[in-house]
Design a protein. Structure first.
Lengths: 333, 333
């Protein structure tokens, strides 16, 4: 049985920003292998794990890319100027330790605090790697080198995880756990670990096109009402179980799909929270819009501090998401 | 001396102002072989005496570090706290902390709206998030009056540079230890003082000076550099990697020329790299030490530190070495 904390630590080490998912894709394929009949990686890098069944096709999808940075150039003093990969919020990044993919370490510095948070962008920050000249810096961090948050993954009192990348590696963990739980499935199951969600939900869309599922279920994190850094008008709370999404900014769950997830949960004796996400979209949208349309819904893990280097989720919510997915996978469609 | 390891190890035990016993014990153990007598006074200052026949000189560095004190547990499980020793509240958002009983948490900043400037964030906008949801749970982990602090860590950057939340002023303590270890023949009667409570009221060093009554005092402290884009412009003369700083001026304090001129002369004669430390703001132990008794000739040796006053501070081991070399040359001259 997978342990959420151990799995998350492994996934965080392998994770790279959108577009560079090869390493984590290989790791996930190796972890998934015992629990599926067939694994393939498509042209974009989506890892598609099939657990074959005679029934209809259900596609589950959690994205394995994370937000990060990409090196543009160095200034004269040896600071690295970067662009963002994914939804970085400059106003919350000051003093964040980062690690470039080649192992070089540094810290994000904001040049000014005196601008509206919404106006602060990547041009207002840089990464100090300890270099003293542009030449030295560019040798250490060539153009195009990616960087990730370099904060630890920790298990807190009361079973919470503090980690740079709950989004969406905890959903990847939940999906692996669901694969492990499902036995003797009637449905034809596809567990997709998608790429490039953070830059426009690209991977899940092409995966859905290839699979042509009868039902799509994304798994991602969502804001919660008890996060002071988000302050959302939502009922969702961390630690109260995974959610079944009704709506987010990019999609409205297909009513039949939402009801299918609820019925599966009810029959399995699992509780859930009702989620309407007022900020951000998920792979649900691109799955739903694939081909001539796919019934799609989403299971979410409540998360405090989304897109910060200290995202927090409850281990029990990750396990709950895994059980909800497993219940849906086992229910005849 | 391996400055990186010494500072990293001291950071593991260092506590905020008023609670310095753990780092005092660690420093006393390191200092023991290199001095004749170690005492501690009422406030907790650690005074290491290396006896000499000449005039008394006090060389001090403060061993207290910044931290936080829990104040009120809210019904949602978040904890209001008092911040001690940090300059910019916005710097602390999403920083990982550890309580005195070893519990991990994270500092969250209450979201206002996207047009708010990070510079407008106040201490009262910050909360300790322990991952719990009730006041009772929070009270069990961080009761009112309990301390917490940033997680201690240290990471090497390029060259001889490294970053840690605890440069200020464990770097000064490391420099003093290095000087003690390498000190040869000197006429001075030397008192190395590891002072308490610098970050809350500059209480410690002045009390030590009153007891020792030295003819002159040199305060060794970390000072923010002005050579990075994130530094406030025109306020900080120091450059990272450009050697020791000889303090000329800070807010409310002017070094006695008798000390600065002698330090500069020493640096010139010994062929050391040094720079002038002149700044409009900032406060060290120097100002209060200078006013003790009938007055003490007081100067400072400043360690260039990027991000001083914030949660991630960068040092260059070459600078630390230059500071120690300057003090050694001064004492042995």
């Amino acid at each position: 049985m997978f342990d959420v904390f151990e799995l998350q630590q492994q996934l965080v080490l392998a994770a790279r920003p959108s577009g560079s998912e090869q390493g984590i894709g290989a790791l996930i394929a190796a972890l998934a292998k015992p629990f599926c009949d067939e694994i393939r990686t498509d042209a974009l890098g989506n890892v598609i794990c099939r657990k074959a069944g005679p029934g209809k096709k259900i596609m589950f999808s959690a994205h394995m890319d994370v937000i990060g940075f990409i090196a543009l150039k160095a200034d004269k003093s040896g600071n690295i100027l970067v662009d963002k990969i994914g939804g970085q919020r400059a106003a919350q990044l000051n003093h964040t330790p980062v690690r470039f993919e080649n192992g070089v370490r540094g810290v994000v510095r904001l040049k000014t605090n005196d601008k509206a948070a919404s106006a602060l962008g990547m041009g207002d920050l840089y990464i100090d790697i300890g270099a003293s000249s542009d030449k030295e810096a560019m040798e250490l961090v060539p153009v195009g080198t990616r960087a990730m948050f370099d904060t630890p993954t920790e298990l807190l009192e009361g079973g919470k995880l503090l980690t740079p990348y709950a989004d969406d590696l905890t959903a990847c963990a939940a999906q692996l756990m669901a694969m492990e739980m499902v036995k003797n499935n009637h449905n034809d199951l596809y567990f997709v670990f998608s790429v490039q969600e953070e830059v426009g939900c690209k991977g899940a869309g092409v995966a859905a096109f290839g699979i042509a599922p009868d039902l799509g279920v994304a798994c991602d994190v969502c804001y919660c009402a008890d996060d002071p850094a988000a302050k959302r008008d939502m009922v969702v709370k961390m630690g109260q179980g995974a959610t079944i999404k009704i709506k987010d900014v990019g999609s409205i769950g297909t009513p039949e799909a939402v009801e299918f997830l609820r019925a599966a949960a009810r029959d399995a004796g699992e509780s859930w929270q009702d989620e309407i996400l007022t900020g951000g979209g998920t792979d649900t949208r691109t799955i739903q819009l694939s081909r001539d349309g796919v019934a799609a819904a989403c299971i979410s893990i409540p998360c405090r501090g989304i897109h910060s280097p200290a995202e927090m989720v409850a281990v029990s919510d990750v396990e709950s998401a895994a059980r909800l997915m497993a219940a849906a996978a086992a229910r005849a469609l | 001396m391996n400055y990186f390891e010494t500072i990293r190890d001291l950071a593991k035990v260092a506590m905020p102002a008023g609670f310095e016993e753990p780092q005092a014990a660690a420093i006393a153990a390191l200092a023991k072989p290199w001095c004749d007598e170690i005492t501690s006074d009422i406030q907790g200052n650690l005074i290491c005496h290396k006896k000499g026949s000449g005039e008394k000189i006090m060389i001090s560095a403060h061993m207290d570090v910044p931290g936080f004190m829990a104040m009120v547990q809210q019904k949602d499980g978040l904890v209001k706290f008092a911040s001690m020793g940090y300059k910019v509240p916005a710097d602390l958002q999403h920083c990982r902390v550890i309580t005195e009983s070893g519990v991990t948490g994270v500092i969250r900043c209450e979201f206002k709206d996207a047009s708010a400037k990070p510079s407008a964030i106040k201490d009262s906008d910050l909360y300790l998030d322990l991952g719990v949801s009730t006041a009772e749970e929070a009270n069990a982990l961080a009761p009112a009056g309990s301390l917490f602090r940033l997680q201690p860590w240290a990471r090497q950057l390029h060259g001889r540079r490294f970053m840690t939340p605890y440069a200020n002023d464990l770097a000064g303590c490391a420099v003093l230890l290095d000087v003690m270890e390498r000190l040869g023949e000197t006429d001075y009667d030397v008192y190395f003082v590891f002072s308490v409570r610098e970050l809350e009221g500059q209480t410690g060093a002045a009390c030590a000076a009153w007891q020792i009554k030295p003819q002159q005092a040199i305060v060794v402290d970390c000072v923010r550099t002005g050579d990075e884009p994130a530094a406030p412009k025109d306020h900080y003369a120091l450059k990272m990697g450009a050697g020791s700083g000889i303090k000329m001026k800070e807010q409310g304090f002017l070094s006695n020329p008798q000390v600065t001129l002698a330090l500069r002369e020493t640096a010139r004669k010994a062929g050391l790299t040094w720079q002038m430390d002149i700044k409009a703001d900032g406060l060290s132990d120097a100002s209060r030490v200078q006013r003790v008794d009938g007055g003490i000739f007081t100067g400072g040796v400043s360690i260039p530190c990027r991000g001083e006053g914030g949660p991630v501070q960068i040092l260059d081991e070459n600078d630390l070495e230059q500071c120690a070399n300057l003090l050694l040359a001064y004492l042995e001259d």
